[in-house]
Design a protein around this ligand. Structure first.
Ligand SMILES: Nc1ncnc2c1ncn2[C@@H]1O[C@H](COP(=O)(O)OP(=O)(O)OP(=O)(O)O)[C@@H](O)[C@H]1O
Ligand SMILES: [Mg+2]
Length: 496
């Protein structure tokens, strides 16, 4: 329960992606907005400064010849014309900083204070500028300032200009007070548009990332559901492969895996049912035989003997099936436990042929063997099982007076063993299933011959474990040829 709660408390991929992208976009847009507004503000102010400075310089130049005469009317006329042109208010201050002329006629005789006036008066510079955020109640400059709104505030620039070079030791200061609120308003309006665009863009980014994240998690959720179904034992589950590249590949791999598992599960069920059937059949016959003996009170000894011999052969059959099953399971499990040694294949097959010869003789079957000395790196016991099964089959499924031919040769890298018979042959439709467990072409005939249907499954497993191959060619009523190739023992020289 707590596990589920914990998992739900964690944010999903779409949320994490969305938040990350939105944070990145907000940070980038904030930097862009700040840079753009700062650049625009500086640009407009510098253009305005250049214009006003020029106007102030030309006013100073025009004023200079009259400054000595101190005729206030002439000075006022010149200043007024320039103030109107500059869209501002002009003040002429003497060397002590006292106002001689004010185009608004309000501050005559007063000493206005501002850092940019001080710097020019004290000779630190010839020209200066300062920006002030003024309200109605602010200093002298704003009193009755026409440019100031009746309420609220206004950004104003004070441009100052020395009348004579301060190094010359005489002169005064010309002060132009002009509003720059229009520039501030323009920059604010640009900022508002950028912010509006940023908000819309951020919302769009959030929507897109949420959509992408959601479709990604949708695929993951689909996989989750499929895996849950598989865990519950349903291997028929498949996921759509129509996904974005990585998920498409994952879906293909997943489907391949579930198909293999499904096949494996089916063959496991088949194996269990086949194995139980094979074990049940001899048990059932034994039960019938023993019961019929038990129910007959005066059964003759001959009948006892006959039934007991039947029971004995059923026990043999049972132990044969169990032995084969054990061999199959053991070879399946012990791939790494192979006792690999250098095996003289020629001698090994010779001893198998010698062992089966009495059996062949009983059916008047000739077993011929052609070989050369070939060494393979293999598990000797398994090699014995492999070739015994093949030769045993060849004899078992051949009629009397035929020949079974075993040959052993070598190619560049492989030992090649063929087991050919002139027996009943196998129809083509059976060939693909020949190496399956319990697969028998003719169940009745095979059972009669004592077969369990596990021999070739064991053969295939052993060949696979030794990195070899096995092929079968057969023609009905003409015969069958099994060809096994096994890698040569690379440490041994091939004897020509
Ligand atoms: N040489 C052959 N000629 C004709 N049919 C064959 C030959 N070898 C195998 N078969 C067919 O293939 C089937 C499977 O063979 P396999 O060796 O696996 O089982 P089996 O011989 O019936 O039993 P086991 O070998 O386990 O005692 C056989 O039942 C038989 O029908
Ligand atoms: Mg067999």
């Amino acid at each position: 329960m707590s596990g589920i709660i914990l998992r739900r408390a964690r944010p999903g991929i779409s949320v994490l992606l969305g938040v990350t992208y939105v944070l990145i976009v907000v940070a980038v847009l904030t930097i862009i907005t700040l840079s753009v507004t700062a650049y625009l503000g500086n640009y407009f102010l510098s253009v305005r400064l250049k214009e006003q400075r020029k106007a102030l310089e030309s006013c100073a130049a025009e004023l200079l010849p009259y400054a000595e005469s101190s005729d206030p009317d002439t000075l006022y006329t010149i200043l007024s014309a320039h103030a109107t042109a500059c869209n501002g208010r002009l003040l002429l201050l003497n060397e002590q900083g006292r106002t001689q002329v004010d185009t608004f006629c309000r501050l005559n005789g007063t000493v206005p204070r501002a850092p940019e006036i001080e710097r020019v008066l004290t000779g630190q510079t010839d020209a200066d500028v300062g920006y002030h955020h003024l309200t109605l109640s602010d200093s002298y400059m704003t009193k009755n300032n026409d440019y100031l709104p009746s309420a609220g505030s206004c950004w104003t620039a004070y441009y100052t200009q020395a009348l004579v070079s301060s190094s010359a030791g005489s002169g005064g200061v010309l002060v132009l007070a002009a509003p720059v609120q229009d520039i501030v308003d323009q920059v604010s309006s640009v900022t508002r548009w950028i912010v509006l665009f940023s908000v819309l863009f951020t919302a769009l980014v959030a929507l897109i990332t949420f959509y992408v994240g959601h479709s990604m998690t949708l695929s993951i959720r689909r996989f989750n559901r499929a895996i849950a179904k598989m865990s519950a034992g349903d291997f028929s589950v498949r996921v759509s492969e129509n996904e974005i590249a990585e998920f498409g590949d994952l879906a293909k791999a997943f489907n391949m895996m579930s198909e293999k598992l499904e096949n494996l599960d089916a063959s496991r069920s088949q194996f269990v049912s086949d194995a139980s059937h094979e074990l049940k059949t001899p048990l059932a016959s034994m039960k019938i035989l023993s019961e019929s003996l038990l129910t007959q009170e005066d059964a003759p000894v001959e009948l006892y003997r006959e039934f007991m011999s039947d029971i004995n052969s059923e026990v043999d059959r049972l132990s044969l099936v169990i032995n084969d099953l054990l061999t199959l399971v053991k070879t399946e499990k012990d791939t790494e436990a192979l006792m690999l040694t250098s095996v003289e294949l020629g001698a090994l097959i010779r001893s198998i042929v010698d062992t089966v010869k009495p059996l062949a003789r009983r059916k008047h079957i000739t077993v011929s063997y052609e070989y050369r000395d070939v060494c393979v790196r293999a598990d000797e016991l398994r090699m014995q099982q492999l070739f015994t099964n093949l030769i045993d089959n060849a004899i078992k499924y051949s009629p009397e007076n035929t020949t079974v031919t075993v040959t052993l040769s070598a190619s560049v890298n492989h030992a090649v063993v063929t087991v050919a018979d002139q027996g009943i042959g196998i129809a083509p439709e059976h060939l693909p299933h020949l190496f399956e467990r319990f697969y028998r072409v003719d169940k009745a005939r095979s059972r009669q011959a004592g077969g369990t249907g596990l021999g070739l499954a064991i053969v295939k497993q052993i060949v696979d474990q030794h990195a070899g191959t096995i092929e079968v060619k057969s023609e009905l009523k003409k015969g069958t040829v099994f060809t096994v190739t096994l890698p040569l023992d690379s440490g041994k020289e091939l004897i020509p």
